[in-house]
Design a protein around this ligand. Structure first.
Ligand code: SF4
Ligand code: SF3
Length: 547
């Protein structure tokens, strides 16, 4: 076995990728990502030693946030970038030690993660390839399962923290938790029970980080509102923007204004259309295509350049590489990466000039889709919604948030949405929505039957809505509401969303299309017995169970 990764839903054979990732991640990159995490654990050890004497290392917190984000599934495939980042991490860690030693801190007996060094690229690669830094270094499968569950939650947390940070919002308590949790995953004295407790605490900070990002997004761009999004095309050259970062989108819209170049969203960037601040741009035309996994065909017909602001990248056809640009935590070898400049801004001129020389997009569909049902918009409709529930016009809500993916078994979600009775409403967020957001499911007294709150991080909105309904109906427990949870997952942002829901006390979540490979039988048992988490069956069986 030359690599081992089981962090996403598409892990090979439902157990783990061992030769090459199903996602396309090569062995070298997988092992370097493991070493990246190991390096971050070492930095966390030193940060924690510093906190004992009141020292703070905000630069290390930011470095860790970005490093965790880069290892999310389909975010960054660039070996060179990981080698550079690991070198930076080692240098940062040694600087931190120097500072602490100058304050009289002894720093004896630190874990290897905090002491290893490498003086060459080949030494870094050798360390990356050693079993010691990978997932399988933890021999006990339950401890390994809990450690990785926490790490994957932290990766999702870091992604959301970085989007908030890009908009000038941060919470040092979240950074402190990330440090504590990273160190805990190196601690062989912790019991399984202590790791379960830490897993739930990860969920608490998951709620906090999503609240932080929600405040950053709505504080900067206004509250999402009901919006019809065009899915057809115009006759101008255009740029396609994908990923989750709204700050990148804002900069792109500003820089393309008046250039004759249009901007379209792809995948998880679709909900940007719901924000008032982006509506003033006439050249912000609509959404092109579907969820991430269909990008190869859709990039072919888009004709113009594509900007990735985060995951999910599918290894591109070689002829598309020169049309694909990355920024932030995302990266792909051969694709031009746009860095922040000295003013803290990104210059997208090269992409705009590229677009000017491209053909306009080929139409693949037309019409409109409706979204924008984040918490404030739903609260504005609260009277109507509550009345519909009281009158029996709405019998049940189905939270179908999360991710989409390429497995055939995900057709389940389309069929499930189609077969739901007409007196039910789907609450969605994340790219899972593409399985049913273009179906004509109708409305209930003017309330659409699919209410899209936004990106995966806007699952927070769905939790806020549930808590509000609990209050309105004067219930003691959020599980007494007529809401069922049928969530689809793929990557690690869904892991933090799931842990956040568990922390909020949501029970009996259905999780599909398969349960995570990283849950050992015993850890899965704890989740089933404590929270009622269960997998999906046939659509008919699940409808019967949930209705
Ligand atoms: Fe396999 Fe998923 Fe890991 Fe990629 S991210 S190597 S598909 S488990
Ligand atoms: Fe989708 Fe990658 Fe998870 Fe943000 S874009 S939900 S999979």
């Amino acid at each position: 076995m030359s690599m081992f990764c089981y962090q996403c839903q598409e892990a090979a054979k439902g157990t783990g990728c061992t030769i090459k990732g199903v996602c396309g991640k090569p062995e070298e990159v997988s092992n370097l990502q493991d070493l990246m995490i190991y390096t971050l654990k070492g930095i966390a050890v030193v940060t924690q030693e510093g906190s004992k004497v009141g020292a703070k290392f905000l630069a290390a917190d930011h470095f860790t946030m970005n490093g965790l984000f880069m290892t999310i599934t389909n975010a960054n495939f660039d070996e060179e970038v990981f080698i550079k980042k690991i070198k930076e991490g080692l240098a940062l860690r040694e600087e931190m030690k120097k500072e602490l030693r100058s304050k009289g801190v002894t720093l004896d007996d630190l874990h290897d993660a905090a002491t290893w060094t490498a003086d060459s690229v080949s030494a870094i690669k050798a360390k990356a390839d050693s079993v010691q830094v990978g997932v399988l270094a933890t021999e006990n499968e339950d401890v390994r399962s809990l450690r990785e569950l926490i790490i994957y939650g932290l990766k999702g947390m870091a992604a959301y923290a970085e989007h908030a940070y890009n908009l000038g919002k941060e919470n040092e308590e979240i950074y402190a938790f990330i440090t504590k949790a990273l160190v805990a995953t190196l601690d062989d004295t912790l019991s399984a029970d202590e790791l379960v407790a830490l897993t739930l605490e990860t969920g608490k900070y998951g709620v906090d980080v999503m609240a932080l990002l929600d405040a950053a997004n709505t504080g900067t761009y206004g509250n999402p509102e009901i919006t019809e999004v065009n899915i057809g095309v115009r006759n101008n050259p255009a740029i396609l923007i994908s990923g989750h970062d709204l700050k990148d989108l804002e900069q792109l819209l500003k820089q393309t204004e008046g250039t004759g170049v249009d901007v379209y969203t792809h995948g998880e960037m679709l909900p940007a259309h719901y924000y008032p601040a982006f509506k003033k741009y006439d050249h912000f035309v609509g959404n092109y295509g579907n969820a991430w996994w269909k990008q190869k065909e859709e990039f072919e017909t888009f004709n113009g350049p594509i900007l990735f602001t985060t995951n999910c990248i599918v290894p591109p056809k070689s002829e598309h590489i020169e049309r694909i640009y990355t920024t932030g935590a995302s990266g792909y070898p051969g694709c031009k990466h746009i860095e922040l400049n000295e003013n803290g801004e990104k210059d997208f001129t090269e992409i705009i000039e590229h677009a000017k020389k491209s053909n306009s997009p080929t139409e693949i569909e037309n019409g409109k889709i409706v979204g924008g049902f984040a918490h404030a918009q739903v609260f504005a409709l609260a009277d109507k919604v509550v009345e519909a529930v009281k009158s029996g016009a709405i019998k049940k809500f189905f939270v179908m948030a999360g991710c989409d993916g390429r497995m055939k078994s995900r057709d389940y979600y389309t069929e499930f949405a189609e077969k739901l009775p007409k007196d039910t409403v789907i609450l969605t967020a994340g790219c899972a929505k593409y399985r049913y957001n273009k179906l004509d499911l109708g409305d209930i007294g003017g309330i659409p039957r699919v209410l899209d709150a936004g990106q995966c991080n806007d699952s927070y909105s769905l939790a806020v809505i549930a808590l509000k309904l609990k209050e309105v109906f004067e219930l003691n427990d959020v599980n007494e509401l007529p809401i069922a949870y049928n969530i689809a997952w793929y990557e690690q942002k869904a892991v933090i969303v799931l842990l956040a829901l568990l922390y909020l006390g949501v029970k009996n979540i259905k999780l599909g299309p398969t349960l995570p490979a990283f849950l050992s039988p015993n850890v899965a048992k704890v989740l089933v017995e404590t929270f009622g988490i269960n997998g999906i069956n046939s659509v008919n069986e699940d409808l019967e169970q949930l209705l």
